[in-house]
Design a protein around this ligand. Sequence first.
Ligand code: TYF
Ligand code: FE
Length: 376
Amino acid sequence: METAVANASNVTGQQDFLPLNGTDYVEFYVGNAKQAAHYYKTAFGFQSVAYAGPETGVKDRASYVLVQNKLRFVLTTSLVPDSEVARHVAKHGDGVKVLALWVDDARSAFEETVKRGAEPFLEPVVEKDEFGEVVRSGIRTYGDTVHLFIERKNYNGPFLPGYKEWKTVYNPTETGLQYVDHCVGNVGWNEMNTWVSFYERTMGFKNLISFDDSDISTEYSALMSKVMSNGNGRVKFPINEPAEGKKKSQIEEYLDFYGGPGVQHVAIATNNIIETVSELQARGVEFLTVPGSYYDTVLDRVGKIDEDIAPLRKLGILIDRDDEGYLLQIFTKPIQDRPTVFFEIIQRKGAQSFGKGNFKALFEAIEREQALRGNL
Ligand code: TYF
Ligand code: FE
């Protein structure tokens, strides 16, 4: 079936063989999905939407679906000692298993990527219930992470067939989180270019920006990063690899604790970062902090901005500028005991870049935490 997005051309004017409408959902495999769901509702303001588990006929796992604006998270836990979910959690701790992509044709997405060399994870499968039908398929990416392709144009249920609507009495207010801006993967030593080629070759992504260690070395930590984007720019996947530095790279610390490559951070967009971060901090979300001196000189670097500097300084929000505008960003501390996955909150005011001007201050903040853990 033809749609506007299926006809979209990429920047070189060629037909996009993998048209993506955006991120469909991010699925975390966790040790205790019931408690994780409470945390995402209470601390981040997600709303209860759907549930699958023993009550819906799924015997080996429980999954909670949470939504805030265009952002959808799924929290899944194993109910049995030995399962794909249990093994993932035992190896990686809580982490991201699935970066699901919303497509108009999940069969074509599978065929086009697999014929270009992607490793199959899920052969196309059609699932139906009283709300219609969904086609899903999937391929593997770095580590144990996978991309699922979700075709839901003939479906109007709460999430996917097999899930039932989940209504709760406890519904904390939203915090202004809007959608997934980008999802970053950490891969092993010298593996960045392998995964850059994977996204180019099998998914038709383009390398938007590259950062080498001269951009991002601090005194100790070092890494390299390339940002991959799909044709319409709705899906952006930066890939980091560790680089040799004076001490242990933050990427190496992640790889040690995650047990290999995986998702490092999910960046979530907001339309008002001051309101969003004030609310998140009031609800107990912990963020990295930079020295007060950052704010003494930041306006010399970024020029005039719409916001007052005082609340940005109080909240610890970072600012950067490029040719197209500026951006405001802040990073949480890791959201589980292992120093692995964290979130970025970002508000773009024209800028389509990733905050290169903040790398030094940010990485020094990460290293202070690394040192407290004894991992620097
Ligand atoms: O996504 C990015 O590129 C920025 C900066 O370990 C960044 O958010 C890069 C690497 C990293 C933490 C943040
Ligand atoms: Fe980021």
